[in-house]
Design a protein around this ligand. Structure first.
Ligand code: F6P
Length: 360
């Protein structure tokens, strides 16, 4: 059983489906198996910055409702790097020590952080600086965290995008239109390539393979010549042309965001191919909603494994999914190996083998 512990758990970065399922698994394992106390830290590291630290107390009997619930009951943020925290006067301030002090004030024995590569890097730096016993769990719809084959939230996002393609096929065929589905994923095209193959797209554009408009329009023309007067394309938000251009927008703070390439492409395609074109931007629907069974399964396995690592006092590591198993790796290794789609890998070969246009 081991010594009594009080552990913290937080969610950091953009939300996704399956975060609450991880929290549930951690509570069950830590409280049910080991008899520890679990404190939920509110709004990522900002909860540890607040005084008193903002926490949520869990009761094991009440967490089962979290299994299928989207979002994160703890709240999260993908802004406010504590090492360069934006202050009301516009200056950036290093507030890392406040977070470290918050962790120690709560008397925590260890902290579980559920995050993507950016959040995990920040949490690890805090842990190293402040003697925090840290275990990471990878989550992101982008599925770009190194070493792990899967991150929480990715499967649900792929399901949502695949369902959208299924729906678009019918309306595309009814109206003889080119339908463009713009999906998220930042610099990694995992959502687009997986949903594109699963959803039978005719064109899949991913950031790892620069495209030309000419190749996309050629595919549309080829289909027309075969008597197929419609075309369904899935486009990752950060795709770029062979000239290196991608479409971004900047917000009031000057920070850039992806988004808009679907409309840009629709305009170009209708100009150059004459095809009637419509765009669907899935946006944050890919992050919300009920987690898929696979995401719930991985959430459960990651949650249990992370608590077991703490029981064994193994820290500075991240749980990963490899060959149907949960194993753990040093966080430093995971965050130093960005995982993009392999342009020579199985998925790209499969897409090419099916005659799907990848824009190159
Ligand atoms: O990293 C997850 C992600 O959903 C990306 O796919 C997307 O580009 C970004 O976050 C959107 O961020 P925000 O919620 O800040 O608009």
């Amino acid at each position: 059983m081991g010594a009594q512990k009080r552990i913290g758990i937080l969610t950091s970065g953009g939300d996704c489906a399956g975060l609450n399922a991880v929290i549930r698994a951690v509570v069950h394992r830590a409280m049910g198996t080991y008899g520890w106390e679990v404190l939920g830290i509110c709004r990522a590291t900002q909860g540890l910055m607040s005084r008193p630290p903002q926490v949520m107390h869990f009761e094991q009997e009440k967490v089962d409702r979290l299994l299928s619930m989207g979002g994160t009951v703890l709240g999260t943020t993908n802004k406010g790097n504590p090492f360069a925290f934006p202050m009301p006067d516009g200056n950036l301030c290093d507030r890392s020590q406040e977070i470290i002090d918050g962790y120690h004030q709560l008397g925590l024995s260890a902290l579980i952080g559920i995050g993507g590569d950016g959040s995990l890097a920040i949490l690890r730096k805090l842990a190293q600086q402040g003697g925090i016993n840290f275990v990471g769990i990878p989550k992101t719809i982008d599925n770009d965290v190194g070493i792990t084959e899967r991150s929480i939230g990715f499967d649900t996002a792929v399901n949502i995008a695949t369902e959208a393609l299924d729906r678009l096929h019918f309306t595309a065929a009814s109206h003889d239109r080119v339908m463009i589905l713009e999906v998220m994923g930042r610099d990694a095209g995992h959502i687009a390539i997986c949903a594109g193959i699963a959803g039978g797209a005719d064109v899949i554009l991913i950031p790892e393979i620069p495209y030309t408009l000419e190749k996309v329009c050629r595919k549309i023309k080829e289909r027309q010549a075969q008597g197929k007067h419609f075309c369904v394309a899935i486009v990752s938000e950060a795709v770029c042309t062979t000239g290196g251009e991608s479409i971004t927008q900047s917000d009031r703070s000057g920070a850039y965001r992806f988004g808009g390439v679907g409309h840009y492409l629709a305009d170009q395609i209708s100009t150059y191919s004459g095809a009637e074109t419509r765009v669907t931007v899935l946006g944050h629907t890919q992050r919300g909603g009920i987690p898929s069974p696979l995401d719930r399964l991985i959430a459960a396995a990651f949650g249990v494994a992370a608590v077991d690592l703490i029981a064994e006092e193994k820290y500075d590591c991240m749980v990963t999914w490899q060959n149907r198993q949960v194993v753990h790796v040093p966080i430093a290794d995971a965050i130093s190996q960005y995982q993009a789609v392999d342009p020579d890998g199985t998925l790209v070969k499969t897409a090419r083998g099916l005659g799907i246009c990848l824009g190159d």
